[in-house]
Design a protein around this ligand. Structure first.
Ligand SMILES: [Cu+2]
Length: 147
C-alpha cells in the first residue's frame, strides 16, 4: 500500500506536474540565442543633468540572435529597471513572465530577461525607467529574426 502510494506520488511529480507547469512552448533557438544584449547603467546615472544612463538607451533585439538582455549596474548607487506601463498585456512575456527588476539593483548587480515574443510584423516595444530616478529612461524593441 505504501509502495503503491510512493509510486503514485513519483509518477505525479515527474509526469503530471511538469506538464501543468509548462507555460508555453518556445523554439529552442529563442531560449538559447546566439548572443546577448548588454545594457550598462553607467556612472553618474543618478544625476538628472547627465543624458546617458542606460547605455545604450534604445536596444533592438532579435529573437534567436540577442534576445537575452542583461542590465548591469556599474554605477555606485542602486537603480531599477521598471516598465512604464502597468498593463500586464504590454509588459508580460508568455515564457519569462512580467518584465522589470524586483526591487533595486545594487551596485554590481545584474538583471536578466529573456524576451521570447514578437509580433509577426513590427516590434514589441517596451519603455522603462528607473524608479528612484525617473529621468533615466530606456526602450526595448523586440523583433523576429530576419533570417
Ligand atoms: Cu536610477
Amino acid at each position: 500500500m505504501i509502495v503503491a502510494l510512493g509510486v503514485t506520488i513519483t509518477w505525479y511529480t515527474s509526469y503530471w506536474l511538469p506538464e501543468e507547469n509548462q507555460k508555453v512552448v518556445v523554439d529552442e533557438h529563442i531560449l538559447n540565442p546566439d548572443g546577448e544584449t548588454i545594457v550598462n547603467i553607467i556612472m553618474g546615472s543618478a544625476t538628472p543633468e547627465q543624458k546617458d544612463n542606460y547605455m545604450p538607451k534604445t536596444i533592438q533585439v532579435q529573437l534567436t540572435i540577442d534576445n537575452r538582455v542583461i542590465w548591469k549596474n556599474v554605477d555606485e548607487v542602486p537603480h531599477t529597471v521598471t516598465p512604464d506601463s502597468y498593463d500586464p498585456d504590454e509588459i508580460t512575456d508568455p515564457y519569462s513572465g512580467e518584465f522589470g527588476s524586483i526591487g533595486v539593483l545594487m551596485p554590481g548587480d545584474e538583471y536578466e530577461f529573456l524576451f521570447t515574443k514578437a509580433p509577426p510584423n513590427g516590434a514589441w516595444v517596451i519603455t522603462y525607467h528607473c524608479h528612484p530616478h525617473p529621468w533615466m529612461t530606456g526602450t526595448i524593441e523586440v523583433t523576429k529574426s530576419r533570417f
